[in-house]
Write a protein that binds this ligand. Structure first.
Ligand SMILES: NC(=O)c1ccc[n+]([C@@H]2O[C@H](COP(=O)([O-])OP(=O)(O)OC[C@H]3O[C@@H](n4cnc5c(N)ncnc54)[C@H](OP(=O)(O)O)[C@@H]3O)[C@@H](O)[C@H]2O)c1
Length: 174
């Protein structure tokens, strides 16, 4: 899988099954079955270029409620909740490097709606992992919702053990 550092900015990072499913019953239905995806997420979201800087992981309230405690204690990342209206607050005093919008669907939808209304900056890119198979999810994120093909173009992809990671870049950056 591609391991280069993204330019600091705002990125959506999400794992979807082949039908766009991201979760079921408040969790990942493929939990424990694709450890390389979790390792990839961990590496990507922990990379920083400055020793004291942090990446901000923005998540919806439902997603945060399922996080294991170590995620909250990690020195290179801080977790921030996205509110119903698609806004979030970065804690004061944090030297922020990259902001990762991590889902779930409701929070991403709220944020992308703000972008469409010109109230928030479009994410610089999307990092989308495809998990093999269809996992009977009850929460989905479509390409259309993310603006794949309209706002974002694919700029890189890699594959390992059947898991495909695609990188998309915001069109106006070209
Ligand atoms: N595959 C992946 O990469 C990935 C990533 C993240 C999450 N997920 C999965 O996605 C699912 C969760 O996504 P989701 O779309 O259901 O929810 P979510 O985006 O995680 O959370 C949004 C929900 O939180 C509640 N909320 C918003 N603001 C709030 C506030 N101020 N106080 C209290 N509650 C507030 C609202 O629910 P109400 O309006 O109902 O209160 C809102 O719809 C889970 O299955 C999770 O495992 C998957």
């Amino acid at each position: 899988m591609t391991e280069h550092l993204e330019t600091p900015g705002v990125y959506v990072i999400l794992a979807r099954d082949e039908a766009g499913g991201i979760g079921r019953g408040g969790n990942l239905p493929w939990q424990g079955q694709f450890p390389e995806d979790l390792h990839f997420f961990r590496r990507r979201t922990m990379q920083t270029t400055r020793p004291r800087s942090k990446n901000v992981l923005v998540m919806g309230h439902r997603t945060i409620s399922t996080l294991p405690p170590p995620m909250h204690r990690c020195p290179k990342r801080c977790v921030v909740a996205m509110d119903r209206d698609g806004t979030f607050q970065v804690p004061p005093g944090v030297d922020v490097e990259t902001i990762f919008l991590c889902g779930g669907a409701a929070s991403l939808r709220a944020y992308m709606s703000r972008c469409e209304r010109g109230e928030a900056p479009w994410p610089d890119g999307l990092i989308l992992t495809t998990i093999p198979g269809v996992w009977d999810c009850d929460v989905h994120v479509s390409d259309e919702m993310l603006g794949v093909g309209t706002q974002y173009v694919e700029t890189d992809s890699s594959q390992k053990n059947g898991i495909v990671v695609r990188h998309y870049t915001f069109k106006s950056l070209f």
